[in-house]
Design a protein around this ligand. Structure first.
Ligand SMILES: Nc1ncnc2c1ncn2[C@@H]1O[C@H](COP(=O)(O)OP(=O)(O)OP(=O)(O)O)[C@@H](O)[C@H]1O
Ligand SMILES: [Mg+2]
Length: 223
């Protein structure tokens, strides 16, 4: 419960009694958390505790029914959703790619369809996720770990300020899990990204995050 004003002011992302009720069921219940600039915060908790629901609220894929989120001290409802989703990049459990080549998937930023990336930028992005020379590969021929790296590159193409990760390695086999985890850690560090990572894996939370928030039944039970 750190409610001192100077701490609130330095928060990049701050939720204020964030709530979502769907058909009488409370999925997220007055969650107030803050994430400072450059901080990596893990959100953990049992299945169904609302981890994904919280992340979806953070970039407004779902609408709060109560409370709100502040991004750099600005109520996020004042920010156009497209801009918001560019600034808060999201990576999900399963790679999000459309049919075609890796380059085509990277060519357009997920939230910026009017801006086509240069070949050099695509090559740099692929280098940064450890997939040099993959531009012309068909995404159907990628392994799970490779596809997740391409998804990460797509998210990074938007130059997000905050990375929202929802179980980013849990759908991968064990070898790929560690590789992708290390890659994410390296990128967070080198780009100084602020990050919220949802994981059911306590060890992963400890490895990746400076702090862990525990959710149960939509409420923060420890932080
Ligand atoms: N659109 C929706 N409408 C109604 N209920 C939903 C909706 N989305 C999720 N829920 C319910 O909200 C609760 C929280 O779900 P959520 O997916 O956020 O949990 P989670 O912590 O991410 O679980 P897991 O670890 O299995 O991914 C669950 O009981 C789920 O059934
Ligand atoms: Mg989930």
């Amino acid at each position: 419960m750190s409610d001192e004003p100077e701490q609130l002011n330095s928060a990049v992302l701050r939720t204020q009694r964030l709530t979502r009720v769907v058909e009488g069921r409370t999925l997220i219940d007055e969650v107030s958390i803050e994430v400072r600039c450059g901080e990596v915060v893990a959100v953990t908790g049992p299945s169904g505790s609302g981890k994904s629901s919280l992340l979806r609220l953070l970039n407004r894929l779902d609408e709060p029914t109560g409370g709100t989120v502040y991004l750099d001290n600005r109520d996020y409802r004042e920010i156009p959703p497209r801009e918001l989703r560019r600034r808060l990049g999201m990576l999900l459990q399963r790679p999000f790619l459309f049919p075609g080549t890796v380059a085509r998937n990277l060519a357009f930023g997920p939230g910026a369809h009017d801006e086509e990336l240069a070949k050099e930028t695509i090559a740099e992005l692929l280098d940064s996720v450890g997939l040099p020379g993959y531009a012309e590969r068909d995404v159907r021929r990628l392994s799970g770990g490779e596809a997740q790296r391409v998804s990460l590159a797509r998210t990074l193409a938007n130059r997000p300020e905050v990375l929202l990760l929802d179980e980013p390695t849990s759908a991968l086999d064990e070898a790929a899990q560690l590789g992708v985890e290390e890659l994410i850690c390296r990128i967070i560090k080198s780009q100084g990204l602020t990050c919220v990572i949802v994981t059911h894996d306590r060890d992963q939370a400890t490895r990746m995050a400076g702090r862990t928030v525990l959710l149960e039944a939509g409420r923060v039970v420890s932080r």
